[in-house]
Ligand binder design. Structure first.
Ligand SMILES: Nc1ncnc2c1ncn2[C@@H]1O[C@H](COP(=O)(O)OP(=O)(O)OP(=O)(O)O)[C@@H](O)[C@H]1O
Length: 309
């Protein structure tokens, strides 16, 4: 992944009626990254996104898109941005394809080939010539994304894109957003209050609460600690002897006995060897699973007491 930043937020602040709703947010999003903007309801995600796309003004700070200031060079900056902030505007009595042709007319240089390309990217080939009124919510949203990326933006910004989608729709969204970041190098910023989705969809996540940035971290660091050691729970009998076998095989594993088994801090690559050592020592192994904190646990800790929906 290139480290070139497509989007830069510098101390972005929004005050409304003496209340600070977004408080000096700063982060960078590089090319090709899927970046999650995670926070409980009312944290300030939508307000931040609205400032990023120039729908509302900032009280202080700056947003740069490819180095262009959203404040001072709005039109040039927006040429590199695709966004769905409110529901995408679609003509329900036209087909998906007719909708795309309509929007393409407003953007110089969009060819029929590009339209076919975006239709394939969002996997609407089979239904693109049907009327939008027959589309499911997920399909409408895909058409919205197709429309937002017609001009090959360097960044695509989606506010709560999974809202109202069923699990299948969420999985599809995740797949084509990943593909878009990979194939077109598009930086993607998605907001959500749903942790499990961010974990699967994003490379990095920024956690925001009460308008403040609590943390920005690669998802893989949230799932596995930086040392590479995972806390793994073994269900094994007899537990005491099992714990001894592991402690002998891996003295640094800090094994602790639990009812019906034990937990140990081990490298991912150590797990098969440990299972083998246990089996060779005639230990009955019933289960092995990661016991590291989930992203959800960490998020709850970070936003202690925040309203999570
Ligand atoms: N125009 C406004 N006037 C007063 N308060 C506002 C205004 N716009 C937003 N707020 C407040 O700012 C806070 C942040 O709102 P925002 O919609 O950005 O949060 P969010 O993180 O997107 O939440 P949600 O997930 O509920 O959309 C909320 O407390 C909201 O009530």
């Amino acid at each position: 992944m290139s480290q070139q930043s497509v989007v830069q937020l510098r101390n972005v602040t929004k005050r409304i009626g003496g209340k600070t709703i977004v408080d000096s947010l700063s982060f960078d999003v590089p090319k090709g990254e899927v970046f999650g903007f995670l926070g409980p309801n009312g944290a300030g995600k939508t307000t931040t996104i609205r400032m990023m796309v120039g729908l509302i003004s900032m009280s202080a700070g700056e947003v740069l898109v490819n180095g262009l200031s959203v404040n001072k060079q709005f039109e040039q900056a927006m040429r590199h941005v695709g966004a769905i902030v409110e529901n995408p505007e679609l003509y329900k009595f036209l087909t998906g394809y007719q909708n795309l042709i309509h929007f393409a007319r407003m953007i110089p240089g969009v060819t029929r080939e590009r339209i076919d390309e975006v239709v394939a990217l969002v996997k609407l080939e089979n239904r693109i010539h049907d009327k939008v009124k027959t589309y499911s919510l997920g399909m409408r949203q895909r058409l919205g994304v197709a429309q937002a990326i017609l001009h090959k933006p360097d960044v695509l910004i989606l506010d709560e894109p999974t809202n109202g989608l069923d699990p299948e729709g969420i999985r599809e969204l995740r797949d084509y957003l990943r593909q878009l970041s990979k194939e077109e190098g598009t930086a993607i910023i998605v907001s959500s209050h749903l942790l499990s989705e961010m974990e699967l969809m994003c490379d990095r996540v920024a956690v925001i609460q009460n308008g403040k940035l609590v943390d920005v971290r690669p998802v893989k660091d949230m799932v596995a600690p930086a040392s590479g050691a995972l806390e793994v729970a073994f269900v094994a009998e007899p537990a005491e002897r099992a714990a001894q076998v592991v402690a002998q095989a891996l003295p640094e594993a800090s094994v602790s006995l639990q009812p019906g088994g034990f937990t140990a801090f081990v490298g991912y690559e150590d797990i098969p060897g440990l299972i083998r050592a246990l089996v060779l020592a005639d230990i009955r192994v019933y289960g092995v699973k990661a016991a590291s904190k989930t992203l959800e646990d960490q998020f709850l800790e970070m936003t202690r007491g925040g309203q999570i929906v």
